[in-house]
Design a protein around this ligand. Structure first.
Ligand code: ASP
Length: 395
């Protein structure tokens, strides 16, 4: 079992150990300063020891499909989580029952993994990582193994994580050989003095810290390859016509609006809000293009005083409008509800420029908002009452 050491620098200064294998998450915590913290860590360490000895059996590898029933909630403390697997032109009429069931199953597994960390009283960081890593390891999503292709036929991945307690954040962009980009983002947050590392430097740093590497072809899938061929045809057609890159209408016609980025936002038992996002970016991207996902404030943001947000959509618009932090700023400074703030940014600000996509957002009371201005968004949530919801289309 290969262990990667990740030092948590927030809250109690605990150390967490992640296996590189998604099915074998093992954790161990170091002592803390306060008595309450020490006692809590003793309990957590005991649980961790049991997890370590039980190993893979601690995390079920198979969970039956959801039927919107209540998820187990072992704590009286309020915790909540929301995840997304991308927004876009997702219509029921185009989806086979088999594919739909597959999405629902992976979303359900991912959110349960994240929620389990929260009910164990772990820091929200661990919940975000668990949920996102699970989706990165599924070919269904545009992150990790299902990542889209660049124009040149490779995969360049971006990811970010942010902790709302002290605004710590870590991000990587344009990486090509790290199996789980969200772990690279986490390592930047916890093991470096920087916020964002890119390309070769980010890879060197990740390797130095023991993250698992893969050949870039590991991320290959036929579905995404076909999407690249389609996008290339459109690009060639566009260059032959009077295509205007500043026209939202032209851009709408040019892009195949299925995003597929993954993200998670949580409220943990200590009242911390944490957000994370991981993506392959947009099909046929060129010239080292970076989207909104790894940009703190645009695609990922967390602030314990307002909310945590992870976005998916046409990244250029999300960058220009600083979408994630704009939603939190509206909650913080205007005092509007989370739902209202998220709706305004999605339906007024972004729609006015045809910027399409969606967000998941959570506030300090555990309220969850998941608006999107596309026809669908893969999404799931477990609220403070333990109620699990998994959805794909507009309800
Ligand atoms: N927002 C991502 C980007 O622009 C794409 C996505 O959400 O799938 O890179």
């Amino acid at each position: 079992m290969k262990l990667i050491s990740i030092k948590r620098t927030v809250n109690e200064g605990a150390s967490a150990f992640f296996t590189a294998n998604d099915n074998n998450i093992a954790l161990a915590f170091s002592p803390t300063k306060s008595f309450a913290g020490k006692f809590r860590c003793f309990v957590v360490a005991s649980v961790a020891a049991i997890i370590l000895s039980a190993n893979a059996s601690a995390v079920p590898s198979k969970i039956s499909p959801v039927n919107n029933s209540a998820a187990p909630n072992n704590t009286s403390v309020k915790v909540a989580i929301a995840i997304h697997g991308g927004a876009g032109t997702i219509l029921k009429k185009n989806m086979s029952a088999e594919t739909e069931a597959a999405y629902i199953e992976v979303l359900t597994q991912a959110i349960k993994k994240g929620h389990e960390q929260l009910t164990l009283g772990k820091d929200g960081t661990l919940a975000v990582i668990s949920a996102i890593q699970h989706m990165e390891n599924s070919p269904l999503f545009n992150a990790g193994i299902g990542a889209v292709y660049t124009f040149d036929g490779i995969h360049e991945l971006d990811a970010a994580i942010m902790h709302g307690e002290n605004k710590q954040a870590g991000a990587v962009a344009g990486i090509t050989t790290i199996k789980n980009p969200i772990l690279a983002a986490l390592t930047v947050m916890q093991k470096s003095e920087h916020v964002m590392l890119t390309s070769a430097g980010a890879e060197t740093f990740s390797v130095l810290h023991g993250l698992e590497t893969v050949d870039n072809t590991y991320f290959n899938t036929t579905r995404r390859y076909d999407a690249l061929q389609k996008a290339k045809r459109r690009i060639i057609e566009a260059s032959d016509s009077a295509f205007d890159f500043n026209s939202p209408q032209d851009l709408l016609a040019y892009q195949d609006y299925k995003f597929g980025t993954v993200g998670a936002v949580v409220l943990d038992a200590d009242g911390n809000l944490v957000a994370g996002t991981s993506t392959g970016g947009m099909t046929a991207k060129r010239y080292g293009r970076i989207g909104d996902s790894p940009i703190i404030g645009a695609g990922t943001y967390a602030d314990n005083d307002s909310c945590a947000v992870s976005a998916t959509g046409h990244g250029e618009y999300f960058i220009r409008h600083n979408v994630a932090s704009d939603i939190c700023a509206r909650v913080k400074y205007k005092g509007v509800s989370l739902q209202q703030a998220a709706n305004t940014v999605l339906f007024d600000v972004l729609n006015s420029e045809a910027g399409s996509g969606g967000v998941i957002a959570i506030d300090k009371k555990g309220n969850i908002a998941m608006p999107f201005n596309t026809s669908g968004m893969y999404r799931a949530s477990i609220d403070t009452q333990g109620k699990l919801t998994v959805s794909i289309y507009k309800d």
